[in-house]
Design a protein around this ligand. Structure first.
Ligand SMILES: Nc1nc2c(ncn2[C@@H]2O[C@H](COP(=O)(O)OP(=O)(O)OP(=O)(O)O)[C@@H](O)[C@H]2O)c(=O)[nH]1
Ligand SMILES: [Mg+2]
Length: 226
């Protein structure tokens, strides 16, 4: 069992993320994407192995690298945990338990805990939640959550096709999972607000990539498994 931690300039939080995840998995790999604040060294000092991309490839590419790494190690499961400290490690066993109950890919959802967000973001997420839920045949209330667990079949099927663009790395991958015959399930998890570093996407990037994701949603709708 492996934790995959995508990280870009998360020096404030990475050591604690590695240590807290390590209590629930066999090993932790941090996928560093050109951090300039010492994230990679801090991750190693905290006990993680660290893979660094030569240039910034984004979160999706980092997860793909992590899944390939997990397959190479022969890991039976991989948990995706953000490096900014938002994903509370004590929820890792909850994600893994859902894998053991028969799911191939488990999405940790935060809305059950009443997570705060803006009206526009909430509305867009409602739309994508409805589209993803229909596609995977299970209600996914929080399709952009990056707190997830992958079983062996999900690692194998998704590692070669993991989308790299922002939002596609969380939403489109669920369409691809359903089209690959994977069972997608959700469990409520604990998440907290960012305590340091900077968010990956600002408002402009979010709007542009949400529009792109809308087009991809139409494309995948035609491929929906029946
Ligand atoms: N490997 C890699 N990791 C990244 C990259 N950009 C962001 N990350 C990491 O991916 C995780 C998620 O990014 P965040 O910016 O926290 O995204 P978010 O949680 O949707 O947004 P906030 O709620 O604002 O934190 C964090 O651990 C980041 O350090 C990147 O280009 N490459
Ligand atoms: Mg975050």
């Amino acid at each position: 069992m492996l934790a995959i931690v995508p990280a870009l300039d998360e020096a404030d939080t990475i050591a604690e993320v590695v240590r807290s995840a390590a209590a629930h998995v066999d090993s932790v790999v941090v996928i560093d994407d050109g951090s300039t604040d010492g994230t990679a060294d801090l991750a190693r000092e905290a006990g993680a192995s660290c893979v660094s991309h030569e240039r910034n490839l984004g979160v999706g590419a980092a997860i793909a690298t992590g899944l390939r790494h997990a397959l190479d190690l022969g890991a039976d499961a991989a948990v995706q945990v953000d490096g900014d400290g938002q994903h509370v490690a004590s929820s890792i066993p909850v994600l893994l338990a859902a894998l053991h109950s028969g799911a191939d890919l488990v999405v940790g959802t935060r809305f059950e805990q009443g997570f705060e967000m803006s009206f526009v973001r909430r509305t867009a997420l409602r739309f994508f939640s409805a589209a993803v839920s229909r596609h995977v045949g299970h209600h996914v209330s929080d399709p952009t959550s990056g707190f997830r667990a992958f079983g062996p079949k999900a690692m194998e099927k998704l590692a070669p096709i993991f989308p790299t663009a922002y939002l596609a790395d969380t939403i489109e991958v669920l369409y691809l999972a359903a089209e690959s015959g994977l069972i997608v399930r959700t469990v409520p998890v604990d998440m907290i607000a960012r305590s340091g570093g900077r968010p990956y996407a600002g408002p402009t990037k979010s709007v542009v990539y949400a529009a792109r994701m809308l087009l991809l949603t139409i494309k995948h709708f035609r491929l929906r498994p029946r």
